[in-house]
Design a protein around this ligand. Sequence first.
Ligand code: C2E
Ligand code: MG
Ligand code: MG
Ligand code: MG
Length: 286
Amino acid sequence: RAKAEGKSRLARYDPRDSARQITQHTLATALPAALTRQEFFCDYQPIVGLEDRRLRGVEALIRWRHPQLGIVAPNQFIPVAEETGHIAAVGRWVLAAACRQAGEWAAANPTLTCYISVNVAVGQLRRPGLVDDVMQVLTDGGMPPERLQLELTESAVLGDDRGPVGELQRLADAGVRLAIDDFGTGYANLAYLTRLPVRQVKLAGEFLKPLRTGSSVDPKHDRLLSAIITLAHDLGLSVTAEGVEHQAQADRLRALGCDAAQGWLFGRPGPAEQVGRLIARQNSQP
Ligand code: C2E
Ligand code: MG
Ligand code: MG
Ligand code: MG
C-alpha cells in the first residue's frame, strides 16, 4: 500500500514527516541503552471514588528522560518500542517499578487498599511471557494480586482469533484485576466483554468533552453515556471515567452512576511523593 501511495506522498512532501522520522529513529536507537541507564521513570495519577473522593487506585504512567530530547511522552516512544521489539523489556520495567512503588505505599500505610494500575501494550500481549512476568513481579514484591490492575486496550484484546484469552484468564484466576483502557474509542464488537475476565472499563476522556459546562448538556450524548454505564454495570463491570477536568463533569458522571474518576480535577500525574502525601492526608481524615 505504501508503494502505491509513494508517488502521491512525494507530491505532498511535508518536511515535518522527515523530522518525525528522525525523532523516531533517534528514539529507536536510544531505547536499549535507556533501560540500562535508567532513563525511564513513572508519574502516578490518583483514581478516586466519585461518591467519597477517596483513593481507589493509582495509575502508573511511564516517561523517558532523554539526555538530549528532554522528557519524552509515552505516546511518542511506546509505539517505537512496539515496532523495535523493546516493548517486552520496557513493559517489565514499568511493571516492576510500579509494583515496587505500590509496595512502599502499602508498607507505610498498612490499612491502604488501593490498587496500582499498569498499562499493557499490544505487543506485550502478542508474545508469551506476560503472565510469567506478572507473577514474578508479584512474588518478588510479596504483593497481593488484587492490588494490581492491568489496563488493556480494545485493540490488544481483540487481535487474531486465538487471542490472548487464555493468558488473561490465567491472570484473572490469580486475582489480578483487568481493565479496558480508553473504552469506547475503538470500533469494537462489544461481545468481547462477555468473553474476557475483565472487571472494569475506563471510559475514554473524549466522552466527557460535551459535559464540560454542564449547563448545555446534549440530551443524546447524555443518554449515550448513561447507556454505556448501565451496560457496563449490567455486565458486572465497574466504570472509571478518564480525563475528568471539571466539576460539572464529575457531577454528571456521579449522577449517571459512574463509579470512579481520574483526571486533573482530582490530581495530575506526578511524582510518587505526591500520591504519598495524598494517602497520608486521607489517612488523617476518617
Ligand atoms: P492512558 O493510559 O489512557 O492514560 C491517560 C492519559 O491521560 C495520560 O497521558 C494522562 O496524563 C492523561 N490525563 C490524565 N488526566 C487528564 C485530564 O484530566 N485531562 C487530559 N487532557 N489528560 C489527562 P500520558 O501520561 O501522556 O499517557 C498517554 C498514553 O500512553 C496512556 O494513555 C497509555 O496508553 C500510554 N502509556 C502510558 N504509560 C504507559 C506504560 O507504562 N506502558 C504502556 N504500554 N503504555 C503507557
Ligand atoms: Mg491507562
Ligand atoms: Mg486511557
Ligand atoms: Mg489514552
